[in-house]
Design a protein around this ligand. Structure first.
Ligand code: NAD
Ligand code: MN
Length: 792
């Protein structure tokens, strides 16, 4: 090709990055051993597994296959290390973490080459995105180690953390896990993904180089069934941090239920990319390329559903196809390549299977005219049109370079389509009308919303999901709370379960006769004549349930007795059942507009209620105060723009109140939840529900809209189970015995709702640190980050 021809075709020539330094580094070390206590240790099994270069399909290295014996050794090392690392002053931890960041930069090119060789992603991405973000994450968290004492004063580290990461951003996911963990004083045992261990092993060398104390970071390579499961089940671990598929996340939720292990899950997604008709279409096209062809579409937050306003759909699709013709696929180490290799043959097969399904389902498939390399695992960029929203390819995460497109007419329809998924990880909104974009962003159920941009990440801004995309955040101050627990919380054996008295259910709705009891003071009882105490029967109290703003009779038609501390019956409450819970959830769901109202309104209804509830008056005022003061943050990532971190209501929260302090416990949970805009279904104290049901009048006369607070009395554990299983309930709080906590966590795995349970540990509800404050507000909210770049 002569210069003139090159000028005319604008074809790139190859610009390969040298593989030699990476290959030499591997050759000197393979087979790789395990990294435990700052030493390279042979796996107990003596077994090694192959790591493949997906661009060639050939073996790159051998890494150790750890088994549970190695997990035991690594956890033991981490436990010992925690004894000192957890008490090491923040400033000293800062210096270590800072040194890690510096060393990442010193080895940046080797890390980028290793990552491209091992994972198949283009060097342009590993060199310009993955590795710089890794260094940034350590720098940022070095700062938080320095500031922990002043900025998180009431908190201590969690302990030993088991961390499990996927193969799509191997070193970046390691950084997201290890940086905040070390900053907050935890020690870790990390398992890289089966296909991509090499950069984690290079990271281990950096740990040695900078002289991090032994046992603070341990890295175990191997199979999920051997290492992953052993970590999840290990009693020496205080928290599991997992990034991966929703299915595995669900199994980890179940496996850790009731163990008291803290858990954060970053799972899958099917994120919408919404284009309004006034968007800048050339920018949109580049945005789509980044959204779905970045990292071959193997990105949890990939904009994999293109939602286009109908009147511009044809024009955009045409431009997109034209752009796809010019995408370059091939050798990941070629600096001019846009699309590299798919990580494994299994993943490639799965993408092919889902694409076939799309065709069978009647969608129109389009691929560029050029062919993929025949060696290695490649898949061409693929665009589906004529997709209907309920089909497999519109709902299932494909995790490959496959985009499905659909159209909408109005903004409301766009929001509805966008939220028509069980996931909620991210979304992009494209419009030149900032009013429209900022109106749509809060309506999208997603942890991150990018306006006129996509796939931007920074350590300042928390990343994580809503709904089945998991819970917890990585990055930002919000991410730190995943790695700490309140200082007052001890890790002693669970407290003795609070005793719930044996009770009988009277089936005729009437109260059993009150027996005379010398110790008992009757209402209005008074010494009258010598030795004669007349018995004034207590006033009959038979509160109904409180659902949708109305007092309703229990569906069962049964009541249950309520006893005083001496065991005397003092009234009855309705015996709630499944149907009552369903009705209550429906009412709470329908009252969803509560979150959209102004925070000022929420503050005012509170103050009204507070005036009438004497016992918990101060707490109600606290949350009335917080309702318009629990604000988010404006993050300043390194771009021209801001990320608005907004704490949003979670939705419908189910809650089982503590038995101790029936009124204060009730108020302590209900108040922060509704102050933050949630609607709730609450099960009052089972033994002493009357103080809660006495609030009906308060609720009725306050300005709270019907359905915001719903109260169902009855068997705590039975009703909790129904709530925890319910798909329209977005979070479940349970303060009760350990056994009940376990059942709630197990049942929550259905729709991966967030749970907050006490594991049977005591909490001093009278204490203002334990019984109220930011911990409650955090549990009642989830942070959404809205990225808003500036400039023309
Ligand atoms: P995966 O869930 O199969 O594996 C993730 C990790 O978990 C691997 O290290 C694996 O070995 C381990 N693992 C698998 N089964 C396990 C078990 N039973 N117990 C313990 N550990 C187990 O996912 P993957 O195929 O490696 O990664 C792709 C998935 O990850 C996609 O669904 C993607 O959406 C998700 N992902 C999410 C995020 C996020 O931040 N939300 C980021 C990257 C990837
Ligand atoms: Mn590999």
């Amino acid at each position: 090709m002569n210069v003139k021809e090159i000028f005319e075709t604008m074809e790139y020539g190859p610009a390969p990055e040298a593989a030699a330094p990476g290959l030499a580094w591997i050759q000197e070390r393979t087979p790789f051993n395990l990294f435990i206590n700052n030493q390279w240790v042979k796996p107990a099994s003596g077994q090694y597994i192959d790591s493949i270069n997906p661009a060639t399909g050939k073996r790159l290295a051998q890494v150790a296959a750890a088994t549970s014996a190695d997990v035991d050794a690594a956890v033991a090392a981490a436990r010992v290390a925690f004894e000192t690392w957890g008490k090491t002053p923040g400033h000293i931890r800062t210096r270590y973490i800072y040194a890690i960041a510096r060393h990442i930069q010193k080895h940046a090119r080797l890390l980028a080459v290793l990552e491209s060789l091992d994972n198949g992603k283009p060097i342009r991405e590993t060199r310009d995105i993955d590795i710089p973000l890794v260094a940034r994450h350590f720098y940022y968290h070095a700062g938080w180690a320095q500031l922990m004492e002043s900025e998180l004063p009431g908190y201590q580290p969690v302990g030993v953390v088991g961390q499990i990461i996927p193969w799509n951003f191997p070193l970046l996911m390691l950084a997201w896990k290890i940086a905040p963990a070390l900053a907050m004083g935890n020690t870790v045992v990390l398992k890289p993904a089966r296909y991509t261990s090499l950069t984690a092993l290079k990271f281990a060398e950096i740990v040695q180089e900078i002289g991090l104390p032994p046992g603070v970071v341990n890295i175990l390579t191997g199979e999920a069934s051997q290492v992953g499961e052993a970590l999840v089940g290990h009693p020496g671990i205080n928290k599991i941090a997992f990034t991966g598929s929703t299915d595995v996340g669900r199994s980890i939720r179940r496996a850790t239920a009731g163990s008291g292990k803290k858990l954060s899950l970053e799972l899958g997604g099917k994120s919408p990319f919404i284009v309004f008709d006034d968007a800048d279409l050339d920018s949109v096209v580049e945005g789509v390329v980044d959204a779905i062809w970045f990292n071959q579409g193997q990105v949890c937050c990939a904009g994999s559903r293109l939602l286009v306003q109908e009147n511009i759909a044809d024009r955009l699709i045409e431009k997109l196809r034209e752009r796809m013709e010019h995408l370059r696929i091939g050798d990941p180490l070629d600096k001019a390549v846009d699309i590299g290799a798919i990580v494994s043959p299994g993943q490639l097969k799965e993408i092919q299977r889902l694409v076939n399904t799309g065709v069978e389902e009647g969608a129109v498939m389009w691929q560029p005219s050029w062919a993929c390399p025949t060696e290695g695992y490649f898949f061409p960029p693929t665009l589906f049109t004529n997709v209907s929203p309920a089909t497999t390819i519109a709902q299932v995460e494909i995790f490959g370079p496959v985009l499905v497109s659909m159209t909408f007419r109005t903004p409301a329809e766009a929001v509805e389509l966008a939220n028509n998924t069980r996931y909620g990880l991210a979304a992009s909104v494209w419009s030149e009308n900032i009013n429209l974009a900022l109106d749509v962003a809060p309506k999208l159920k997603a942890g991150t919303v990018w306006i006129n941009c996509t796939n931007l990440f920074d350590a300042t801004s928390g990343f994580g999901g809503y709904r089945e995309s998991g819970f917890g955040r990585e990055g930002g101050k919000e991410g730190l709370y995943e790695y700490v627990r309140p200082k007052w919380e001890t890790l002693e054996a669970p407290a003795k379960e609070f005793h719930i008295a044996e009770e009988s259910t009277s089936t005729n709705g009437s109260r059993p006769a009150v027996s005379a009891d010398e110790d008992r003071e009757f209402e209005g009882g008074e010494q009258l004549l010598d030795g004669y105490t007349p018995m004034f029967p207590a006033i009959d109290r038979t509160p109904k349930m409180f659902i949708g703003g109305k007092q309703t009779r229990p569906d069962s038609g049964y009541s249950r007795d309520v006893y005083d501390p001496q065991g005397q019956v003092i009234g009855q409450v309705g015996e709630g059942n499944r149907k009552d819970i369903r009705n209550a959830v429906e009412a709470a769901h329908a009252a969803g507009g509560w979150a959209a109202g102004t925070t000022h309104n929420r503050a005012r209804s509170y103050a009204d209620a507070a005036a009438e509830v004497q016992a918990a008056i101060s707490r109600l005022f606290s949350y009335a105060a917080w309702a318009d003061k629990y604000e988010g943050a404006v993050h300043r990532p390194p771009l021209r723009g801001v990320a608005l971190a907004i704490p949003e209501a979670i939705g419908v929260i189910g809650m089982a109140c503590p038995e101790e302090h029936p009124l204060l416990g009730f108020v302590s949970l209900v108040a922060p939840a509704i102050a933050m805009g949630n609607t709730i279904v609450v099960i009052p104290s089972q033994v002493a529900p009357l103080s809660a049901t006495d609030c009906y009048q308060v609720l009725e006369t306050s300005d709270l809209p019907a359905g915001v607070v719903n109260i169902v009395t009855g068997d705590r554990d039975l009703l909790s189970q129904v709530l925890a299983e319910h798909d329209d309930v977005d979070a479940m709080w349970y303060f009760g015995p350990a056994e009940g906590c376990k059942r709630v966590e197990l049942a929550s795995a259905g729709n991966m709702k967030r749970t907050w349970v006490s594991y049977g540990h005591p909490r001093d509800w009278m204490d203002t640190v334990q019984g109220e404050g930011e911990e409650f507000l955090r549990e009642a909210t989830q942070v959404k980050n809205i990225w808003v770049p500036y400039g023309e």
